[in-house]
Design a protein around this ligand. Structure first.
Ligand code: TGC
Ligand code: FAD
Length: 392
């Protein structure tokens, strides 16, 4: 892969809306991605392997629990800082951002929000440093968009719970130390349980042959009469709203992350358009290529404004789940469109690992599907504006 020459587009001077602390956090993450992720990520993606050596660095830039309070080992940052970190990490690779999202919003967040003080002290500091890696089990083979139909269940056996079922498509599963698993009790109520690697009957087979998110490990979670200690139940929230509350936080991070992937594709295509000569002039001097670049920077700028405003609303505690759905859906689709256009602008070179664009494009096919598909988020917006649920 070529040297990382990334220069971030900021067409509407959005930096003016950031504090010095925001910019410092963003620039630190950006420099780390350039030094530690860009030089190796293509090789790891080609080999379909997660680069475990970046875990301590990810922790240092605030990639694990950016907004979790410092007393639990988190970085104690605001929502704009969290978003900027996600943007920079996904500028490097969506799979690396996945590991960060899952750890922060799908594992640390539920333990912080729904767990006991003992659970917080036991797990959060080690998750914040990356000593523990976690995963989040909601999706099942027969229940993806409709997680409320899940069949994974647990029974109260007096001194422990007995967990049975299976989860599918779980990021980080193959090497995670623990899993936050969503399962129904005997009354059919959904609860979160912390399941640790090594518990008898718990296995995490890896999912192979992915064309997307190749630098992220994906797997199943299989529970075959797993005895889960009673103190591993997250007691402070139950029902489908508990896992969906975690998804709000992760989807918000993805809305920012997708901008990072889009910016990288745009920046690469812009540079290429100035260097690549055809018909005795740079391809960037042709109207068709300018149209592509002009539309890309327009869409990136709109997404930046949408996401910055959403971050302000989240800092004020006013962002709704439906607003988050709109941003996730819009920004991921925007990034995927830009990746596809940018890939074409590089001609044959666009399909090689010399440039990051094709990897981003393939990754974004997962990002547009996970954490709620493009269609599901549209239906959430439709439900919000009409008051009618198209799911029932
Ligand atoms: P519905 O009846 O609408 O709601 C059930 C209960 O949940 C509440 N609720 C929410 N609470 C918090 N945050 C949200 N975003 C919420 N959305 C709904 C709701 O108020 C209700 O509460 P209550 O107290 O009345 O019971 O539920 P439904 O069964 O009709 O389904 C709604 C739907 C389709 C929107 C939802 O199930 C959905 O979002 N489906 C998509 C599934 C999804 O996103 N799965 C993601 C799996 S995790 C993942 O992909 C990780 S990828 C990680 C990575 O690598 O980055
Ligand atoms: P389905 O729900 O079967 O949907 C198939 C199609 O039907 C989609 O186009 C969908 O939009 C459409 N559809 C569904 N319902 C409706 C409807 N009512 N109206 C109109 N159209 C509809 N899950 C986790 O729990 N944890 C993870 O860590 C995790 N990581 C993932 C990593 C990767 C790489 C991938 C690909 C997925 C991951 N997922 C994870 C699962 C992800 O959240 C699901 O794939 C996603 O929610 C969609 O579910 P599904 O794949 O079963 O598709």
């Amino acid at each position: 892969m070529r040297p990382d020459l990334f220069q971030a587009p900021d067409y509407y001077h959005l930096d003016d809306l950031l504090t010095d602390e925001h910019k410092l956090i963003r620039d630190t993450a950006r420099a780390w991605v350039k030094k530690e992720v860009s030089p190796i990520i293509e090789d790891f993606a080609q080999r379909a392997e997660f680069p475990k050596q970046i875990i301590p660095g990810l922790a240092e830039i605030g990639g694990f629990g950016p907004y979790i309070p410092t007393e639990y080992g988190g970085a104690g940052l605001d929502q704009i800082s969290y978003g900027l970190i996600m943007q920079e990490i996904e500028r490097g690779d969506s799979g690396v951002r996945s590991t960060s999202s899952v750890q922060s919003s799908l594992v640390m967040y539920p333990i912080w929000k729904y767990g006991t003080e003992e659970q917080r002290m036991k797990y959060l500091p080690k998750l914040a440093t990356g000593e523990y890696i976690g995963c989040f089990g909601l999706t099942e083979p027969d229940h993806g968009s409709n997680p409320g139909g899940m069949i994974t269940n647990f029974k109260d056996m007096g001194d422990h719970y007995l967990l049975n079922g299976a989860k599918m498509w779980i990021s980080n599963a193959p090497f995670a130390h623990l899993a936050v698993v969503w399962a129904k009790n005997e009354e059919g109520r959904i609860h979160g349980l912390i399941v640790e690697r090594g518990m008898e009957g718990f296995s995490t087979p890896e999912t192979h042959n992915k064309w997307s998110l190749r630098a992220s490990a994906t797997g199943e979670l299989i529970f075959d009469n797993v005895k889960v200690p009673k103190e591993n139940l997250l007691p402070n929230k139950s029902g489908l709203g508990a896992p969906l509350g975690c998804l709000d936080s992760a989807r918000y991070g993805i809305a920012w992350g997708a901008i990072g992937a889009a910016m990288d594709c745009y920046d690469t295509a812009l540079r290429y358009s100035k260097e690549r000569i055809q018909f005795d002039k740079p391809i960037g001097a042709t109207q068709l290529q300018q149209k592509k670049l002009a539309e890309m920077i327009t869409e990136i700028t709109k997404a930046q404004l949408l996401t910055w405003r959403l971050g302000v609303l989240r800092n004020e505690g006013r962002a709704t789940s439906a607003q988050i759905s709109m941003a996730k859906r819009n920004n991921v689709a925007m990034a995927l469109d830009i990746a596809r256009e940018a890939r074409q602008m590089l001609g044959g070179m666009g399909i090689t690992g010399e440039y990051s664009i094709m990897r981003h494009m393939m990754n974004l096919e997962s990002v547009v599907t996970y954490e709620g598909t493009h269609d599901i988020h549209l239906l959430i917006t439709g439900m919000d504006v009409t008051g009618f649920s198209a799911f029932k």
